[in-house]
Design a protein around this ligand. Structure first.
Ligand SMILES: Cc1ncc(C[n+]2csc(CCOP(=O)(O)OP(=O)(O)O)c2C)c(N)n1
Ligand SMILES: [Mg+2]
Length: 378
């Protein structure tokens, strides 16, 4: 099989370590790996039923292409001093797009800073994303569902929030699910373990998704965990963890559908490890060439999700060269128009930075606010 299962290469598996064979085994666990489309777009195993829905598959494809083009524009804006730090999704577009496509509007998304694909699928506008990364909090008052959470920049802190959200959904007996996205680095944070443990104990309607892109800035996965998979971390919290080929949007969508449906039906949380690769720099403030070899990056280009889905769609006659050209033109026009709207948005006055932190602004801050407002008027 040509798909890349993720077992940490060179590491000794826990099962193979020396154990006392005389002792009885009291529990066994397993972690499954899901993959339908090989990197060349060929079919690995019978596809889930939604894969015959050409409208859905082309919609997933369109969203990933739009995201990639949008990322390119955002980086160009940053490089020319018109945007702040920005994190691209290059190589891992299938993860956030695939999971969001399996959510209902009433479900609650708790994204990290690299999940623009999910936000876009849920109705957030391109210019709202640019506003946020341009330093304007109005970008967080976005056109997606109002109950969705804003970008979470502190690593892993969205996980306890997600547990709280899911607890509330359960308490209110609402058939809704919280979906919490984070990276492999976040799995080293206590926040994530605490949230998973709490979710397991209370059987919360919560799906955790880790985009395991192999790197947390310059820290490689092998320094992040001694585990063979990240999916198995769910086992210690008492629920199912599954590993999915993160370059295969069909697999992400299928795993998400199952996990979200199970959570909605009262079967408690699930954990999905999407094995992917960060083809770009960590953010625009990073130069990944300083800590990882070009050959490693090059090898992972063969597995990226957009070419993979395109190969499948073309083979199934669901997509043509003309479709591709039309999509490229459409995406270009959308991204350029959004950038223009963003650049035409008048910045907020600097003193507004004080406006949404406190119901009653403490005196010290009130004085600073007045000072700043005065300076601004002067
Ligand atoms: C609590 C916290 N510690 C450190 C940082 C600095 N930081 C930003 S991103 C990052 C790496 C996160 O890696 P990972 O969770 O794998 O997500 P990825 O960026 O790869 O998507 C770090 C350490 C932070 N934002 N928050
Ligand atoms: Mg990472």
């Amino acid at each position: 099989m040509s798909c890349r299962r993720h077992n940490r290469s060179g590491s000794e598996s826990v099962a193979s370590r020396r154990v006392n064979q005389d002792l009885p085994v009291i529990a066994r666990f397993e972690v499954r790996h899901r993959n339908y489309l090989a990197p060349d777009g060929s079919i690995q195993r019978p596809l889930p039923s939604f894969a015959s829905d050409s409208k859905l598959l082309t919609e997933l494809y369109r969203s990933m292409v739009l995201l990639r083009l949008f990322d390119r524009k955002a980086v160009a804006l940053q490089r020319t001093g018109r945007l702040g730090t920005y994190a691209v999704s290059l190589g891992q577009e299938a993860v956030s797009v695939g999971i969001a496509s399996a959510m209902r509007k009433e479900d609650v998304l708790l994204p990290s800073y690299r999940d623009n694909g999910a936000l876009l699928w849920r109705g957030v506008k391109l210019e709202e994303i640019l506003l946020f990364w341009g330093g304007d909090e109005r970008g967080n008052r976005f056109s997606g569902p109002v109950h969705d959470f804003p970008f979470c920049v502190p690593v892993g802190s969205q996980a306890p929030h997600a547990a709280g959200v899911a607890y509330a959904l359960k308490l209110r007996k609402q058939p809704r699910v919280a979906v919490c996205l984070f990276g492999d680095g976040a799995t080293s944070k206590g926040d994530v373990y605490e949230a998973m443990n709490f979710a397991g104990v209370h059987r919360l309607p919560l799906v955790f998704v880790v985009a395991n892109n192999q790197w947390a800035i310059s820290v490689p996965l092998r320094q992040q965990t001694a585990c063979e998979t990240l999916a198995q971390k769910a086992i210690a919290a008492g629920f199912i963890g599954e590993q999915v080929d993160g370059g295969d949007v069909v697999a992400i969508r299928a795993a998400s559908e199952e996990a979200i449906a199970a959570a909605r039906d009262g079967n408690g949380p699930r954990f999905i490890e999407a094995v992917t690769y960060r083809l770009g720099d960590h953010t625009t403030s990073d130069d990944a060439a300083r800590y990882r070899p070009a050959e490693e990056v090059q090898a992972h280009w063969k597995e990226e999700p957009i070419a993979r889905l395109r190969a499948y769609l073309v083979a199934q006659k669901m997509w043509s060269k003309a479709d591709e050209e039309q999509l490229a033109a459409e995406c270009h026009a959308r991204v350029e128009a959004a950038a223009e709207r963003y650049l035409a948005t008048a910045p907020r006055r600097p003193e507004t930075m004080f406006d949404h932190l406190y119901a009653d602004l403490p005196a010290a801050y009130a004085a600073q606010r007045r000072e700043l407002a005065g300076e601004h008027d002067a």
